[in-house]
Write a protein of this length. Sequence first.
Length: 449
Amino acid sequence: MLVIEPQAARALEWRAALQFLDREADCVGHVAEVDWPLPDALGWSAVLVGEGVSREDLRLLASRSTAYPMPLPLLVPEPLAELALCGEAAIVRLPLRTRYRELSGALAEAEALAARPHDVPPLLSMFRPSGASPAIRAVHRLVEQVAPFDTSVLVLGESGTGKEMVARHVHELSPRSGGPFVPVNCGAIPAELLESELFGHEKGAFTGALSARVGRFELAQGGTLFLDEIGDMSLHMQVKLLRVLQERTFERVGGSRTLKADVRVIAATHRDLEAAIAAGQFREDLYYRLNVFPIQMPRLADRIEDLAALAEQLLARIERVTGSRIELGACALEALAGYAWPGNVRELSNLLERLVILNAGRRVGAGDLPERYRPAGATGARLAGPASLPDQGFDLRDHLTQLEQRYIREALVRADGTIAGAARLLGMQRTTLVEKLKKYRLAATADVA
């Protein structure tokens, strides 16, 4: 590990913690002290960034780390993580108070990133929403048209449709792509804390303000500030935000120094803001300030033809983190295409992550899907095929593979996990069943799920 930490005492603490976790550490105080050898010169697997690293050093580090054949992963404290998200830097976030368990998990994630296949797409290139449906092609055109300008963008759409991904894609294509992309979920932060979160505060500005704090507008200087769920912002904060958008300046809470807001603002919401204006819950002047260039995100159900491309994109992203992958069979894709997707792309992402955990390295069929996603006839102990061959045909090999796996699982359950008993139920030799268990990566304790 390479540790960059200006504070000598803190660097010693990091070295001791890493040694406890069986890692060696080279410690330096500043990025300029690093000669940046080829990957095999010192054998670094990742870089751990201390809290005291400056904004300039962090951005330089993020760009230097991508000079390797594959980007060298950076372990970055949470408040600084967004500053490092430029180019193709591979970022692993560290909580401010990092314990051994959290550090161990972050190291494992970083090592998985370092070992990922070379043909996996770079992180930021994956922010382009996948698909070729008319609805998503319209989104792509709008993003490409607005990205070169500093125009405010308002991304609209249901929860889970990928609004933040589109905002990141606008940032990636913009002249500000070398700067940070800083997201803020306005609906997740209590109203009384949001002002400090956005603008920062000075020491002693209020009870509990024991030190000065940099706000998100300062963190986003030179880059993009993404205000998610803007429709949940209080009227009091809407007034303050409108002033910043109009004057491009702000002050920290409790401070008198005027700071420049050199940021591009992209906002998003799932709410109907025009209805909120009519109800007196959202300021009309702020709406028109944000809604200079609206982008409407379609529901997944309205672009279901993009499902296969979306699944491939999401599986590649999951593989970057976990190092594991699955293949979706034709029957599974057909089943998923018939589902309503109330949670949109987020629900698809969560499902795929679950499937990767349960079926790493395997081909997943309709019978492997949770029950709510299965088509009629694919639940229970039987996995029925079509009564007759459909006009468009179907994947017979995939269907037979799923049938075989299903019956093997059921036989193992009935035989209390004993391979010999399951083999008798299936009318095959024990050695044959063992080979099939290895082929399908099934455990002898498998159950019918």
